[in-house]
Design a protein. Structure first.
Length: 107
């Protein structure tokens, strides 16, 4: 068997490696660089998000920052004011005295 494989290797055509054209190789490298930049941006965004939540947890629980809490809560209050009438008009959902909704039927 060894003789057969050695003879086969000697008689076979030498192996020619395929080289990509430079423009295709450049586009591949560009793609890899874009993925690296994308991953860096994602991790940077997660890093900023972590510090934002840390800021909210540490500094927004003090008495002096209640004004900042009101500023952060304002968009949610506006959203609640916009969607409140829509939820009130749904049958089977009744607004109770605490501002929440209960599932009691009409009547």
């Amino acid at each position: 068997m060894m003789v057969f494989s050695a003879a086969y290797k000697r008689s076979s055509v030498p192996e020619v490696k395929y080289h990509r054209p430079p423009e295709k190789q450049a586009s591949r490298h560009f793609c890899i660089y874009c993925l690296h930049i994308l991953f860096i941006l994602i991790f940077f965004f997660l890093f900023l998000l972590f510090f934002f939540f840390l800021f909210c947890f540490v500094f927004l629980h003090t008495k002096r920052s209640s004004r900042l809490i009101c500023l952060l809560a304002a968009p949610f209050e506006r959203l609640q004011a916009l969607t409140g009438p829509l939820l009130r008009s749904q049958p089977g959902r009744v607004l109770d005295d605490k501002g929440g909704f209960s599932s009691r039927g009409p009547g």
